[in-house]
Design a binder for this molecule. Structure first.
Ligand code: HSE
Length: 318
């Protein structure tokens, strides 16, 4: 394997997963916040990780426990890269909030290593390696967040084995409002949010979800925010997870009242997202209304407005 670069800096965006009915198959990249990772090739065959930034607290620095480290380790092993790495991770994406924080770091690792070693991996291969990194934090290899962080825009996972992902651009007039409650860490773990899910679902709920998920895809294809929003209804996962998020119903109600096209739990939660057609409603008013929704049940929260964004990219190399 020919090493062509020594050091690379990558930025990778936060993302939301599921959008309601697309559990583990839909993802949407944000334009901000982002993680930034500097990867340097080292002669010693070890991976060293340094974590800094606004959301560094509690992020493991062992290669196996860190999503970027585990993605890197998987690539080095499977591709026989025969090198070590130093990874400096600046966490700009809030952790354990359902905003694809581990996915952003894992995506940055896959993109960075592909670049450093001139691997020319396909998009699906990059996603497969980044998804391996998700095992470090979520305990399983879900690919919705990493696909969004790698490809940007809206992504659809058609198949996990083999990984096969398609992406579509998001409507330019679509704003994404995010409200994140300050609740206990235990209730913010992806594993906990998955443990409450039903093992079996009824044919009726399957029909409802396939109909809504298909309509969301049609909405992105047609660049129609209202069409996307009205289909953000999940008969399977959200009803089970709503109980973990105090204020869920109120936040949803408030967002819709102030003009959001649709509302969903962001990934495994506890953040809630609302999609807003900027030609029809003010996203900042919606975001504030969502924060007030959490206030209404006595839960502190923060909110912000972002847009759909592009995928991870190399911003510096030497
Ligand atoms: N699709 C995953 C879930 C996303 O909802 O559990 C986890 O970030």
């Amino acid at each position: 394997m020919v090493k062509v670069k020594h050091r690379v800096v990558i930025e990778a965006p936060a993302s939301t997963a599921n959008l309601g009915p697309g559990f583990d198959i839909f993802g949407l990249a944000f334009s901000s916040p982002q993680d930034r990772i500097t990867i340097t090739v080292e002669p010693r065959p070890t991976i060293r990780i340094h974590v800094s930034g606004a959301y560094a607290k509690g992020i493991p620095d062992s290669p196996k426990g860190n999503s970027a480290g585990l993605a890197a380790q998987s690539m080095i092993k499977e591709l026989g890269l025969n090198s070590g790495l130093t990874m400096k991770i600046e966490k700009g994406v809030p952790v354990a909030m359902g905003l694809g924080s581990s996915g952003a770091s894992a995506a940055a690792a896959a993109i960075g290593i592909n670049f450093l070693f001139d691997l020319s991996l396909s998009q699906n291969e990059l996603i497969r390696f980044a998804a391996m990194g998700e095992r470090a934090s979520a305990g399983f290899e879900h690919a919705d967040n990493v696909s969004a962080s790698i490809l940007g825009g809206f992504v659809i996972i058609r198949s996990y084995k083999p990984i096969d992902v398609t992406s579509l651009e998001a409507p330019l007039n679509m704003a994404i409002c995010v409200a994140s409650p300050a609740i206990r860490t235990a209730a913010r773990k992806t594993g906990v949010a998955r443990s409450v899910l039903p093992k079996k679902i009824s044919l009726k709920n399957m029909i409802a979800n396939v109909g809504n998920a298909s309509t969301i895809v049609a909405g992105f294809a047609a660049k129609n925010v209202d069409l996307i929003g009205k289909a953000m209804q999940d008969a399977v996962v959200e009803p089970a997870r709503a109980q973990l998020i105090p204020g869920y119903s109120k936040v949803r109600e408030k967002a819709l009242k102030f003009g959001a096209s649709g509302v969903a739990i962001s990934g495994a939660g506890p953040s809630i997202i609302a999609l807003v057609d900027e030609n029809k409603a003010d996203p900042f008013t919606v975001a504030e209304a969502m924060r007030e929704g959490f206030d209404w049940v006595g839960v502190r929260s923060s909110s912000f407005v972002t847009k759909a964004g592009r995928g991870a990219r190399v911003i510096e190399a030497e």
